[in-house]
Design a protein around this ligand. Sequence first.
Ligand code: B12
Length: 377
Amino acid sequence: MASRIKERALELGFHAVGITSAARLAETEEVTLERVRQGLMEGLPWFTEERARLSCRPQELLADAKSVVALAVSYLSDDTPVDPPTGPIGKIARYARGDDYHAVLKVRLKELSDFIHKESGATVSSRPFIDSSPLSERAAARRAGVGWFGKNNNLIVPGIGSWAFLSALILDLELEEDRPLLKSCGSCDLCIRACPTGALVDQYTLDNTKCISFQTIENRGEIPEDLRPEMGQWVFGCDICQDVCPANRKALPQAWDDFKARPGLGDSTPLAPLLQMDGIEYQTRFKGSAVKRAKRRGLQRNTAVALGNTGDTEAVPGLQLALESNDAPLVRSHVAWAMGRIGGKTARRFLERAKAYENDAGVLESIEKALECLSRG
Ligand code: B12
């Protein structure tokens, strides 16, 4: 049965599959609880000690659970734009350039569980996991031999690297188990050294609050000012710790069509239109995309930071328009920061003007700070 399930999973297009028991993921539970206690998961209010425990106990996630089928699928595609855009550009993490993986994987997992139900000839209970539910997917996949823990925290899968979505099925069906791979990153620590915000505080250890991915996707408020200059051009997610990984250099683009980049989403995403987009444009452009997780105001906040980081004075008129007309104070305050970072006479003039009509206290404070920053030169 185990080999038939694996065969079917590969036929369905998954690139790797392994099986582990539903026993507690004991080591990961200890590690995860420690992370929560140390405040490394701060900013994710739902990531409580209770969630950490549950995520490592498959038997509490499905009655009478016996096995976990862990799956990986590549999302790497060749996203080089045919006509590189002009003007300031931003970057969207690779995993979010195509259709939302939650919806796409849900369908394939359903096909796999239907197959298992049919093949087993008995009534099998199963529960699918795709990112949003409490199962530690990296730990389950590691124990099932799908990949190894990278020092950058990601699960690295032979052949596809860490450019892999993980998903799983917990079943109340006893299946033959696979063994974890005997692989590791060895002495390589390129990812730890490459992270501009120092979010990888140790090997296998991420400080959520410093991670650009967290800041651009999950943070609903102000981005800490000391992190903004380090965020470069990232407007949604971040791939720096994966881009530098030698295991990823060998990975070939083999993403399903669903995960291929939508036009204009990638390493060269034009920033100006993102900043000006209204609610309707946003809904149309990002329908069915994982980018929606940041919400429009989050994406525009990130866009303002990325524009500030270009240092390009050509971005100032667009920023000015947003400072005047964007409905979210969160966006306007980051726009003011961006103008202060770019600097120049025009930025100063627009900031002075905005000071006269802005009535949100937080935004006014950001305008003052930006003007001070300009005065200091
Ligand atoms: C919360 C979350 C986040 C948070 C991160 C919080 C955090 N510190 O983990 C934020 C929003 C920042 C985030 C970012 C990203 N995420 Co995320 N995220 C999750 C989620 C929902 C839970 C992860 C979790 O439980 N974290 C708790 C930490 C403590 O555990 P962990 O990271 O799983 O495991 C590491 C450590 O626990 C440690 N560890 C575990 N056991 C043990 C045992 C020992 C002995 C030791 C020493 C260490 C150790 O090593 C593990 C890996 O190195 C999962 C989906 C899921 N349900 O699992 C997706 C998931 C992990 N994310 C994913 C992705 C794609 C990303 C990004 C790459 C997106 C991007 N490009 O911006 C980044 C990567 C950032 C990074 N370097 O990790 C994928 C990862 C795929 C893969 N190949 O690993 C997942 C699995 C979603 C999916 N279904 O595909 N994510």
